[in-house]
Design a protein around this ligand. Structure first.
Ligand SMILES: [Zn+2]
Length: 206
């Protein structure tokens, strides 16, 4: 009788790893593409933080230059949709997602400015660092707050590339940020985003 007592746990422990392995899939590959001069330390940090929250593997790509055709001299801003178009057509991007990081002010014609833009669903997204710094508003710098905002904007735009829409919950990172007060209220993860996940739970790390 003793042999059954020993065998049973062995069979159970052999079963679990194999069923987990069959459900295992490769994480999506995300390329972080700086246009212009962006701190490589910030990019490395952002990549690691994204990997903690999304089921992705992030690579920081060599910096490229901003497409000057996106610049609007009247507005002194860059048209984010033109940057997305230009960069999309530049390379056969071998990534599931490409997140462009710029440090210039972005706009789309219907809005005074945008923090970022994304194809939804799609591959390409862009965020701007410019308006995420306290200094932009004449306030003393706050590196911790700045980084939190960068992470939230990056998660938000990547969420759009997975087809997520805007959440109705102000705590969810997919809530639309009309101002930085909205951004600062949100959590830097998808834990409050049940209304927009809709089957996308598999891309979230918990
Ligand atoms: Zn959005």
């Amino acid at each position: 009788m003793g042999i059954f007592v020993i065998l049973f746990p062995i069979l159970v422990s052999m079963n679990f790893p194999s069923s987990e392995a069959s459900a295992e899939r490769k994480p999506d590959r995300v390329g972080l593409l700086p246009l212009g001069e962006i701190s490589s330390e910030l990019l490395t940090w952002l990549g690691a933080e994204l990997e903690k929250r999304l089921y992705v593997q992030v690579e920081v790509l060599p910096a490229s230059s901003l497409p000057e055709s996106a610049y609007n001299p009247q507005r002194k801003q860059y048209y984010s949709s033109i940057i997305l178009d230009k960069i999309r057509n530049l390379h056969p991007w071998n990534y599931d997602k490409v997140l462009i990081i710029v440090d210039v002010d972005l706009f789309v014609p219907s809005l005074n400015f945008v923090f970022g833009e994304a194809e939804s669903p799609g591959k390409m997204a862009i965020i701007s660092l410019t308006r995420l710094r306290q200094e932009f508003y004449g306030l003393p710098g706050n590196e911790l707050l700045f980084r939190e905002r960068v992470l939230k904007e990056a998660l938000h735009e990547l969420g759009h590339t997975y087809g997520m829409q805007h959440s109705k919950n102000p705590d969810c990172v997919m809530y639309f940020s009309n101002s930085l007060a909205d951004t600062d209220r949100k959590r830097a993860d998808f834990s409050q985003c049940q209304d927009v996940l809709k089957g996308l739970e598999k891309i979230i790390r918990r």
